[in-house]
Each structure stands twice: as structure tokens, then as C-alpha cells.
Design a protein around this ligand. Structure first.
Ligand code: B12
Ligand code: SF4
Length: 267
């Protein structure tokens, strides 16, 4: 359900930016709108940045919000529940936005507690590789790893011993409709922002029980790089969630034994 909402908002933001761009072009200005998210410049993958504009830094400079502990821009009213897009225009604008002089992040650290692979640390450092490996399991990096698993499998039985039916079905779903994020829990739990803060301030325990706990309790496979902090963290903090070692598809894989991709569970 979260993916459905995410992708529809993505489309709305793309449409809004496109119509602004068209109006600017009609008025005689050169303008363009790089996508909200995907498509990106995959010919640069994986060695260079594949996104054209970093929307977060533009949004912060324009005063739309400030990056919180979870590194996403928090809007003072809508909180973390905003997606961003940028319109580039080759002209002087009549008025510039001003960066906010306060941060709507309330430092509750719920995002730290919610992330299943420990990507967000209490001091604000962010393990982007841990996030990408899990959350982007069905995007370019995880897909590459999955394709390698198909290539490495000796036959259907071998493939099925490495990839569950649910994982195969989920990969199909991501290929046939917009790809599904595996997490995004850091955003889901964030109570910052005028419109969102009420229930958290009214009753923190109830907020934790109804918003944070179900995500922590959810039984789901977590994807991690071998010997990573994410692997150690996931096994220790979420022993009920199966943890699966993957390559992330970043590097040519060493030839692996059939057991390498199997789920490893802690007792
Ligand atoms: C690459 C990318 C990712 C990568 C991140 C890799 C990386 N290090 O950038 C991964 C795969 C991890 C990712 C995940 C997600 N992403 Co993303 N992603 C992007 C993308 C394409 C570029 C991000 C970018 O600009 N990176 C470069 C710099 C700017 O980012 P940074 O490393 O986080 O921050 C640096 C500085 O900004 C500085 N800094 C400045 N101020 C502050 C303040 C604090 C407190 C800190 C800690 C740092 C900091 O510190 C860093 C220096 O190293 C944008 C789309 C776009 N074209 O902009 C979407 C985007 C950032 N993603 C977005 C979203 C929603 C997500 C997910 C929730 C997806 C999901 N549904 O699960 C998760 C959230 C994970 C998280 N906690 O950040 C939204 C964020 C919306 C918002 N409210 O801000 C964007 C803007 C897409 C959009 N158009 O709306 N994403
Ligand atoms: S969940 Fe709490 S600590 Fe994390 S970004 Fe939101 S307000 Fe800040």
C-alpha cells in the first residue's frame, strides 16, 4: 500500500513539474524537469551519480524544509510526507526562497529504531549501502544480484533453493509495475511536521504501539551484504526477521556455492 501511495505521488509531482516546465517553455524560457526519482542515467551506473539533480539540497535552499536525522527533507507542515522535484530554468527569477532558520526534526530517533538494517545512526551518520542493499532489492542493484543468481543456478530446483516463490513473485511485480521499495520505514514513523505531530505528542506509547511496533514486528526478509554492520545489526535487533546475504550487484560476483544466497536465520 505504501508503494502504491509513493508511486502515485511520484507521478503527481512529475506532472506538476512538467506542466510548470511547459508553461515556462511556452513563455519563451529554456526549462526542464529531471524526474522525481526514476528514470535516471543508468549509463553512469554504478561508478557515477545517476541522478541529474539532488532535489533535497535544492529544497533545503528554497526553504521547503530541512533534512532530519533520517536525511530526508522535513516540511514544517507536511513533515516527511513530501516528495520533491526540481524545475531547472535558464533565466533570472524575480524572487528567491530562503532556507528555514529552524529544523522541524524533533530528534525522537524513531527513524533509528524503525530501520531494519541499521542504516541510520543516532549521531546522524547514514549507511547508504545498507539502505540500498535492502530497500532497493528490486531496483537496479538488487535486480542485478538476482539476475546473477539466475545465471549461477544449475537448474530450476537449484534456483528455488536460492530464491523463494514469494521473492520471485515480488521481483515479477516490481518488473511489471513500478518497483517496490522494501522499507522506507524511517519516513513512515516520522512524527515531525505540524499536520503529523499531534498523535505523537498526545500519546507517545500509543504512537509507538500502532506506528513503530508493527514495522519492527513484521516478519520479512532483510537483504544485507556479507560481514556488514547491517548484517550484524539485523540479526541482533530483529532475530525474528530472516536475514539473507546478497551481493547488491555492485561488483562482479565471485562464483558462489549454492548455499551463499540462502536465508540464514539466527535462533
Ligand atoms: C540516491 C537516492 C537514494 C539513495 C541514497 C544514497 C545517497 N547517499 O544519496 C537510497 C537508495 C539510500 C535512497 C533511499 C530512499 N529515498 Co531516496 N533518493 C535518492 C536521490 C536519487 C538522490 C539523493 C541525493 O541527493 N544524494 C546526495 C546527497 C544530497 O544526499 P545525502 O548523502 O543524503 O546528504 C548529504 C548532504 O545533504 C549533507 N547534509 C545536509 N544537511 C544534512 C542534515 C542532516 C541531518 C544530515 C545527516 C546530513 C545533511 O550530508 C550528506 C553529505 O554526505 C533522490 C532523488 C533526487 N534526484 O534528488 C531521492 C530522494 C532523496 N529519496 C527520497 C526517498 C523518499 C527515499 C526513500 C524513503 C525511498 C523509500 N520509499 O523507501 C529512502 C529513504 C532512505 C533515507 N533515509 O534517506 C526522496 C526524499 C523526499 C524528502 N522528503 O526528502 C527523494 C528526494 C526523491 C524525491 N524526488 O522526492 N535514496
Ligand atoms: S523520526 Fe524523529 S528523529 Fe527521525 S527524522 Fe523524524 S523527527 Fe527526526
Amino acid at each position: 500500500m505504501a508503494n502504491q501511495e509513493f508511486h502515485q505521488t511520484d507521478e503527481q509531482a512529475n506532472h506538476a513539474a512538467r506542466s510548470v516546465t511547459q508553461s515556462l517553455q511556452d513563455a519563451g524560457y529554456r526549462a526542464l524537469n529531471p524526474s522525481v526519482g526514476f528514470p535516471q542515467e543508468m549509463d553512469r551506473f554504478p561508478s557515477e551519480r545517476i541522478w541529474v539533480v539532488a532535489h533535497k539540497t535544492v529544497a533545503v535552499a528554497a526553504g521547503l524544509g530541512v533534512m532530519g536525522l533520517h536525511r530526508n527533507v522535513i516540511h514544517p507542515k507536511f513533515g516527511s510526507f513530501v516528495l520533491l522535484v526540481t524545475v531547472l530554468v535558464d533565466a533570472e527569477v524575480s524572487e528567491y526562497g530562503q532556507a528555514l532558520n529552524y529544523n522541524p526534526c524533533i530528534d525522537c530517533k524513531l527513524c533509528v529504531a524503525a530501520c531494519p538494517v541499521g542504516a541510520i545512526a543516532k549521531d546522524g551518520s547514514f549507511d547508504a549501502l545498507a539502505c540500498t542493499t535492502h530497500n532497493y532489492r528490486e531496483f537496479m542493484s538488487g535486480f542485478t544480484d538476482w539476475a546473477q543468481t539466475v545465471a549461477d543456478s544449475e537448474d530450476a530446483a537449484d534456483y528455488r533453493s536460492r530464491v523463494s516463490d514469494s521473492e520471485s513473485a515480488s521481483m515479477w511485480q516490481s518488473l511489471s509495475s513500478p518497483p517496490g521499495y522494501k522499507s522506507g520505514y524511517c519516513l513512515a514513523v516520522c512524527p515531525a511536521g505540524e499536520d503529523v505531530l499531534g498523535p505523537y505528542l498526545d500519546d507517545r506509547k500509543s504512537f509507538m504501539d500502532t506506528v513503530l511496533r508493527p514495522l519492527q514486528d513484521k516478519k520479512e526478509t532483510l537483504y544485507v551484504l556479507p560481514d556488514s554492520h547491517a548484517q550484524e545489526y539485523a540479526r541482533r535487533r530483529f532475530p525474528h526477521k530472516p536475514v539473507k546475504e546478497v551481493t547488491g550487484g555492485w561488483h562482479p560476483p565471485a562464483r558462489r556455492s549454492a548455499s551463499t544466497d540462502r536465508e540464514t536465520r539466527t535462533s
